[in-house]
Ligand binder design. Structure first.
Ligand SMILES: *Cc1c(COP(=O)(O)O)cnc(C)c1O
Length: 430
């Protein structure tokens, strides 16, 4: 399968190159050259297939023959080692829980799939690569866990000292093996600036092959299609029109849902639910795409002022606003509304939602489901990951799930750095 850059001035590349490069030379996002619908027969009989078979069918055209079927099936099986349950909330609303992976964030699937693809391509190269990432919290944990033990791949994660939660810090700093944590005396922006500088520094790249595990990588983006197939499989018997509300920040997850629809999954409507970072809700009203500096909210994994995947969404709809508007509604919610939704869900439905899932729920409410429709909001993180926000709202102590308890008890191991030169020495010496 070939991929081209959405900026339009780079050479086409293979899936392998798109995964290794991440971003095209002209800084554009990669997009598949061709998209073929799945057979009607497959969609009609989807409940007869296992999750792994569904995932294989959904993604194989995007990988092509660059990973043989047997290996691709193995990668999928290792990626999907946890459940994706649809949990009833109200009469015509359920939630799809995406947080049962090792770091309890939905990014686990993309990170695990990408890590294994990179590991596969690297086996042929026999050359060690270093994945360098800056994290403000959740991404780093998912990437670290996803890459743990992958051969010939070393992961170096930079995180801002004292600016991530205790759980997040432990998830980054306790894995060992091929995962190295650098605690930076600075902010997330400082971490990101250092990483960017390193990628351009030939006094490092002449000696070390650096790569990023950025969320725009096709191997992180495309496996998110699986979620929508898994939900459809569980809800098919309802014979109602499916409406998905996706709590959105960089818009990768919802964009993958739109790809799932493009290859044949019968999804009636998408709702992109955001916090006050309302670039896309505004765009849907005005047709003007106006990036802004991001604002801090309680659903902080969605604090994005220039959602990078929106350009892929426009491409899926051939830049036809009317077609997009038919499929996509987008609404923005304040922190107060989000807290009220969390409280409502707990008191009336007995459900503890995290702030991101609560924004998704609000989207379905605002849309107003017609009687022949059924709404699913995606729950993208376990509430324990945002316990500072959740506990006071529902006035209840949360219990730690085993994945988190295990990590909390482990010893933190990080290297403290103050400057870019210290990062450079670390990369060259390790
Ligand atoms: C990353 C993230 C999101 C946003 O997903 P996008 O694909 O960037 O839109 C939502 N919720 C949580 C918990 C996340 O970590």
């Amino acid at each position: 399968m070939e991929y081209y850059s959405l900026n339009g001035s780079s050479q086409k590349v293979s899936f392998k190159e798109a995964v290794i490069k991440g971003l095209a030379e002209d800084k554009g996002l990669y997009f598949p050259e061709q998209i073929d619908p799945l057979s009607d027969e497959f969609i009609k009989n989807i409940e007869q297939f296992s999750d792994e078979e569904i995932a294989f069918n959904a993604i194989k055209q995007f990988v092509g023959d660059e990973i043989p079927a047997k290996e691709l099936k193995q990668i999928i099986s290792e990626t999907l080692s946890f459940p994706f349950p649809v949990v009833p909330i109200e009469d015509n609303i359920s939630t799809l829980e995406l947080f049962h992976g090792p770091t309890m964030a939905f990014k686990d699937v993309g990170a695990r799939f990408m890590a294994r693809c990179l590991g596969y391509f690297n086996k042929e190269n026999h050359k060690e690569v270093t994945v360098l990432v800056a994290t403000s919290g959740d991404t780093g944990g998912a990437v670290a866990s996803g890459f743990l033990g992958v051969e010939n791949v070393k992961v170096v994660i930079l995180y801002p000292s004292k600016k991530v939660s205790e759980v997040q810090e432990k998830q980054l700093t306790t894995l060992g093996q091929n995962i190295y944590a650098l605690e930076v005396n600075g902010t997330f922006d400082d971490c990101q600036a250092m990483v960017k500088k390193a990628f351009l520094d030939t006094s490092i790249t002449d000696f070390k092959q650096l790569t990023s595990a950025n969320s725009i990588n096709v191997a992180r983006w495309l496996p998110q299609m699986f979620y929508f197939f898994f939900a459809y499989k569980q809800l098919k018997n309802l014979t109602k029109k499916l409406v998905f509300s996706v709590p959105s920040g960089n818009f990768g997850n919802i964009c993958a849902g739109m790809m799932a629809k493009k290859i044949g999954l019968p999804i009636h409507q998408f709702i992109a639910s955001t916090n006050v970072n309302d670039i896309v809700p505004n765009y849907m009203l005005t047709q003007l795409y106006e990036p802004k500096p991001s604002k801090q909210t309680i659903s902080n994994a969605m604090d994005v002022g220039d959602p990078s995947n929106f350009i892929r969404i426009q491409k899926i709809y051939d830049n036809d606003f009317d077609a997009l508007q038919k499929d996509l509604h987008s609404y923005s919610f304040t922190d107060d509304e989000t807290r009220q939704a969390m409280k409502h869900l707990y008191e009336n439905c007995g459900y503890i939602a995290d702030p991101h899932g609560a924004v998704g729920y609000l989207g379905l409410k605002k849309y107003g489901l017609p009687p022949d429709a059924f709404g699913v909001f995606l729950e993208t993180a376990h509430p324990i990951k945002f316990l500072d926000v959740v506990e006071p709202v529902i006035n209840k102590k949360l219990t730690y799930p085993s994945q988190i308890q295990e990590v909390i008890n482990k010893q933190k191991k990080a290297v403290f750095i103050n400057s870019y030169d210290e990062l450079k020495s670390f990369l060259l010496d390790n």
